[in-house]
Design a protein around this ligand. Structure first.
Ligand SMILES: [Zn+2]
Length: 398
């Protein structure tokens, strides 16, 4: 079969074909180790008789040599299939380049498989779960948000944001955001979902490793609505207040609710979020305790360093009110001592910020400890310069 051609035999391939067989590019083409982030891969979903999942081809396409990206889908498909066949056949891969390439392929396969599995998981929920309030699933701003918040974001200036917000310590913004009726509907929708999970014994994934209770809203149909909330309302604010952590390029989110109370999660340890910007809104209902405590923004390297006194903030939740902060702002939640408390969390992420961070060697402008170290280095260097200057003046005048 023509497709069985090994990579090495590609040297002899021509760049055109007369018999309908696809011609493969020369062997000098190599997969790249870093995927192209701008390239929009073709879809391979219609190719049914694949040994590999169609999604794998779309993912692997980003690793193709740049010159190949504009080639026809058939050429790219056969080239990739060829590589995959070769690597799934070969037992021994001793050459270093091959090992690296194999790692790239494995990682790509794993991520494609997990994306595919999650897609199927969501599909299973959405096709079986009957929502209680259909209107929750579209983002109708006046029903979701309080008028002052909508106006401030529409005006879209730092002054308009500040007019409705408090900033109790730098980088923490609190404001009234959600309509009471919306909070109530979302609470009952979550209850309805939990009931369905219980009755059908459907095994759901919890929002994160720290919360045993709560639900991922994106998994039962609210993804589009929350995406709109992020794009139209959270990003404009983040662009102004958190530009250095990708606030203006937020492009994906993880949306969920967490439930606290005596028969739920009680408290939440000290941590940072897997987000660039976090929106945390209290939905209700009756509770005492459960304060959020904040302890300064830190990068990965400095996440366990000491807190300065000016970084300490304790915040008490008010239903309908939001807290907006950087994901790297260290925080935790104290015990909810009575009643029950449900909060909506939207972890907003920026793929651009995450990509750039990989190449960043210097310290972070947004980490308080990095800044303190930088200042210390500057002080030492100024002191040294001063010393040197004094010595020179001393020498010339003697
Ligand atoms: Zn740092």
């Amino acid at each position: 079969m023509a497709l069985e051609a090994s990579i090495d035999r590609r040297n002899h391939a021509q760049s055109a074909t007369t018999n309908g067989a696809v011609v493969l590019p020369p062997a000098s083409y190599r997969l790249r180790l870093n995927p192209s982030s701008e390239h929009k891969p073709d879809s391979y979903d219609d190719l049914h008789q694949l040994e590999f999942t169609p999604l794998l081809f779309s993912s692997l396409e980003r690793y193709l040599p740049p010159t190949m990206l504009s080639m026809s889908r058939d050429v790219k498909f056969q080239y990739m299939r060829d590589i995959l066949m070769k690597y799934s056949r070969d037992g021994e891969r001793t050459r270093e380049k091959d090992v690296l390439l194999w790692q790239v392929i494995c990682a790509t396969i794993q991520s494609a498989v997990s994306v595919q599995r999650h897609k199927e998981y969501r599909q299973r929920i959405i096709s079986n779960y009957q929502p209680l309030h259909r209107e929750l699933f579209t983002m109708h701003a006046p029903s979701v948000l309080v008028p002052a918040f909508v106006k401030a974001v529409r005006d879209n200036t730092e002054a308009s944001f500040r007019s409705i917000m408090a900033e109790p310590i730098p980088g923490i913004y609190t404001f009234e955001m959600l309509q009471p009726r919306f909070c109530e509907m979302l609470l009952s929708e979550v209850e309805n979902f939990e009931r369905w999970v219980h009755d059908t014994r459907f095994r759901i994934m919890r929002p994160n490793t720290m919360n045993k209770f709560g639900a991922v809203l994106d998994d039962f149909g609210l993804e589009t609505m929350l995406d709109k909330l992020m794009n139209d309302f959270i990003r404009p604010i983040s662009k102004v207040f958190f530009p250095e952590v990708g606030g203006s390029t937020l492009d994906s989110h993880h949306g969920f609710v967490v439930e606290y109370g005596m028969d739920r999660d009680v408290e939440l340890g000290f941590h940072v979020d897997d987000s660039e910007v976090t929106l945390n809104v209290c939905l209700g209902r009756e509770f005492s305790g459960g304060e959020l405590f904040f302890r300064g923004v830190r990068c990965d390297k400095h996440v366990n360093t000491e807190t300065q006194s000016e970084e300490i903030l304790d915040y008490s939740h008010v239903p309908g009110y939001a807290v907006l902060h950087r994901g790297r702002h260290r925080h935790g939640a104290r015990a909810t001592t009575s009643g029950s408390r449900v909060n909506l969390l939207v972890w907003c992420r920026s793929s651009v910020f995450r990509e750039l961070k990989k190449y960043q060697k210097e310290c972070s402008s947004w980490c308080a400890e990095c800044q303190r170290e930088k200042k210390e280095r500057q002080c030492i260097s100024i002191a040294a310069t001063k010393q040197e200057l004094l010595k020179r003046i001393g020498n010339t005048s003697s």
